[in-house]
Design a protein around this ligand. Structure first.
Ligand code: CA
Length: 229
């Protein structure tokens, strides 16, 4: 089954190349050529995933992604960013922007299709089928099927990646998880992701959890551990 993908890129040839390859892989593709059109299109058609170029003529791709992360409707929408500059990467997949992944330009269309499918797979991976429906770490409560997190009764908006990270730690509460193990389980693959990416995301997760952050402990030199109380 194909997914509905929005490609946001102002260079027509590149947009077309990406669209053709994703359609070839069985997906339904729409193209937007600037950031504001993309935001309107996302509102209207609610795609399953967005391929988003950083350099756009109006609102930058990073700003588009930030705005998506601020809204409850799109906080978990999978976003893959296309970036031409390696110094952007930390920002793009880090807490500042919150994309799920990035692909550096120039890229092979096949590589992009593989990344898209990896993200779609891990997004649709059912948490529902195994394990408890709800996990509580003190006043931090995870409603697993709803992908909803509350701290002291207040909902915390997490991206899909942040939710998977928290769920992974919480479902193994009391046991230390290494960065490598988290990378493998939460990110699903690791060729382009460095272990410090885990630290960046844990930092962001803690910021969002506020008082609930005390339930995630750093184990120096090893990794992280969720605490039940
Ligand atoms: Ca561009």
């Amino acid at each position: 089954m194909g997914s509905r993908i929005l490609v946001v890129e102002d260079e027509p040839d590149l947009a077309e190349l990406v669209a053709v390859n994703l359609r070839g892989a069985g997906h339904e593709v729409t193209v937007s050529h600037d950031g504001s059109t993309a935001l309107a299109e996302i509102q209207r058609s609610q795609p399953d995933l967005v391929v988003l170029d950083v350099m756009l003529p109006d609102i930058s791709g990073t700003e588009v992604c930030r705005r998506l992360r601020r809204s409850p409707q799109t906080v978990r929408l999978p976003v893959i960013m296309l970036t031409a500059r390696s110094d952007e990467v930390d920002r793009v997949v880090g807490f500042e922007v919150g994309a799920d992944d990035y692909v550096p330009k120039p890229f092979s269309p096949r590589e992009l299709v593989l990344r898209v499918e990896a993200i779609l797979r891990r997004t649709s991976a059912a948490f529902e089928s195994e394990g408890p429906q709800a996990i509580a770490l003190g006043d931090l409560v995870i409603d697993v099927p709803a992908h909803r997190v509350e701290v002291d009764g207040q909902e915390v908006l997490l991206t899909a990646l942040e939710f998977r990270l928290l769920h992974d730690l919480a479902s193994r509460a009391g046991r230390v998880q290494s960065r490598d193990a988290l990378l493998e389980r939460v990110w699903g693959y690791s060729p382009n992701v460095e272990t410090r990416t885990v630290d960046t995301h844990v930092k962001r997760l803690r910021e969002k959890l506020g008082a609930g952050a005390k339930h995630i402990e750093t184990v120096r030199g090893v990794g992280y551990r969720a605490l039940k109380s």
